[in-house]
Design a protein around this ligand. Structure first.
Ligand code: GLA
Length: 434
């Protein structure tokens, strides 16, 4: 790999991988529909550095986009239907008349439950995006879509948001076969062509919450649509203002190691929703609109219930840690070794808070964090919603082999499935590839 002037890779290593998955997606489209797609759009998964379960509390998050993601190869159709195929389930073929997703002429909502029940799980995300775009007043063209991915499902790396965002971009950037106009430019505001990305993130999130029925915050879709290479995204989930924070651990000889613990992660199973409810109740009892408004743990004395107190303490302290990590990365221009060591300590503290106060970690993640830090990682934590999925560790290059070997041994000693390792490089946002 070639290097830039400051030793950082001149090109994020994800870039080559993105081209090959886009090409494979285009071939898959051809297999499905017998002709070339008009375009191929890729949306990445994400790793959240810090700020977990803070997004739905109006707080702060600091994710970066992976090189890996989901591709949607697409072409418009003239029959006002959405055709869906996925390479993960090659035999499945879904077609939905868009009329079934459109609100009625008097604004009555489409009968979503009926439509959803007839769809396989994976198809609910792209269909939901079409519904959500229509509900926001954007025109959606009939389209054939073929989905492919190089991101593990259920690994807590936000494959569903990546699927939504790739489809959202495809449906809003497809060009009409008749007029060569980008169809979505005929949206609610004729002066604003296309759909601004923060709005597209909200549309994709609505698809996930209201159509697919999965409760989640705004972090994953924002990361997929707004991140920049060699940066993390600082998102204020209240104002939805975001800024780019340099994140270049490579320059300091540090790798971001993602460990897929292979424990399945399922957001819809109720625990995530119950954490949301507990946080809302804690805010209510404190008399604030959301836990974002609490800046100091001493203000939590008013919470008599020990569980609510612990939940709120995690949110308040993780919001503070996001600020601290952001400060360290900014002042060191993306992270020198010293700053990254301090970031590592904050990551490990965040994990302890998620394990003990928020109680969303799982045994494989706890062992991964403990072993990684003992073997030389600067810090480690679970990432994403929890109850399964992945952890991340900041690891000096010299210790990388040892950290991986010790984690493998710890899993094997316990009879757990072998974890998978991914070297993660902060990469760019969703883009049209072909
Ligand atoms: C999931 C959700 C996000 C966020 C995280 C926890 O990934 O999709 O919105 O709430 O969990 O930080």
């Amino acid at each position: 790999m070639s290097s830039g002037p400051d030793g950082a890779p001149a090109r994020p290593p994800g870039a080559a991988g993105r081209h090959s998955i886009a090409d494979r997606g285009a071939r898959w489209f051809r297999t499905c529909y017998g002709h070339r797609p008009q375009g191929v759009w890729l949306a990445p998964g994400r790793v959240n550095i810090i700020g977990e379960h803070t997004d739905y509390n109006d707080g702060f998050v600091l994710p970066f986009a992976l090189g890996e993601g989901v591709v949607a190869a697409a072409s418009p159709r003239r029959d006002d239907r959405l055709a869906l195929r996925t390479r993960r389930d090659p035999a499945a073929s879904v077609e939905i008349p868009l009329a079934r997703l459109r609100p009625g002429p008097d604004g009555t909502p489409a009968k979503l439950d009926e439509v959803r029940e007839q769809l396989p799980g994976w198809a609910r995300y792209p269909a939901g995006v079409a519904w959500s775009l229509l509900a926001a007043g954007y025109p959606v063209p009939g389209a054939s879509l073929a989905i492919d991915s190089d991101l593990a499902d259920g690994a807590g790396l936000s494959s569903s948001a990546a699927l939504e965002c790739s489809v959202a971009l495809a449906l809003t950037e497809l060009v009409s076969p008749d007029s060569l106009d980008v169809l979505a430019s005929a949206g609610p505001d004729p002066d604003r062509p296309g759909v601004p990305r923060p709005e597209l993130a909200a549309i994709a999130r609505r698809a996930e919450n209201e159509f697919a029925g999965v409760p989640s915050g705004i972090m994953d879709q924002s990361a997929s649509l707004l991140c920049r290479a060699q940066h993390a995204l600082l998102l204020d989930c209240q104002s939805l203002e975001s800024s780019q924070v340099p994140f270049k651990p490579d320059r300091a000889g540090v790798r971001v190691l993602v460990i897929d613990t292979r424990a399945k992660h399922e957001l819809a199973d109720g625990e995530y929703g119950s954490r949301q409810a507990e946080c809302a109740e804690a805010a209510h009892q404190l008399g604030v609109p959301s836990l974002r408004a609490v800046h100091d743990v001493s203000a939590l004395r008013g919470l008599a219930d020990p569980v609510l107190h612990r939940r709120a303490r995690h949110v308040v302290t993780d919001n503070l840690r996001v600020r601290q990590v952001t400060g360290l990365l900014r002042t060191s221009g993306g992270g020198d070794f010293r700053a990254l060591s301090e970031v590592g300590t904050l990551l490990t503290r965040s994990h302890a808070s998620l394990r003990d106060d928020f109680q969303v970690s799982w045994p494989e993640a706890d062992v991964t964090v403990e072993v990684a830090v003992a073997a030389g990682a600067l810090g480690a934590r679970m990432t994403g919603g929890g109850f399964g999925g992945s952890a991340l560790a900041l690891v000096p290059e010299a210790d990388l082999d040892q950290v991986q070997a010790r984690i493998l041994a710890a899993f094997s000693d316990r009879g757990w499935a072998e974890p998978e390792f991914l070297g993660a490089f902060p990469s760019g946002a969703a883009q049209r590839m072909i």
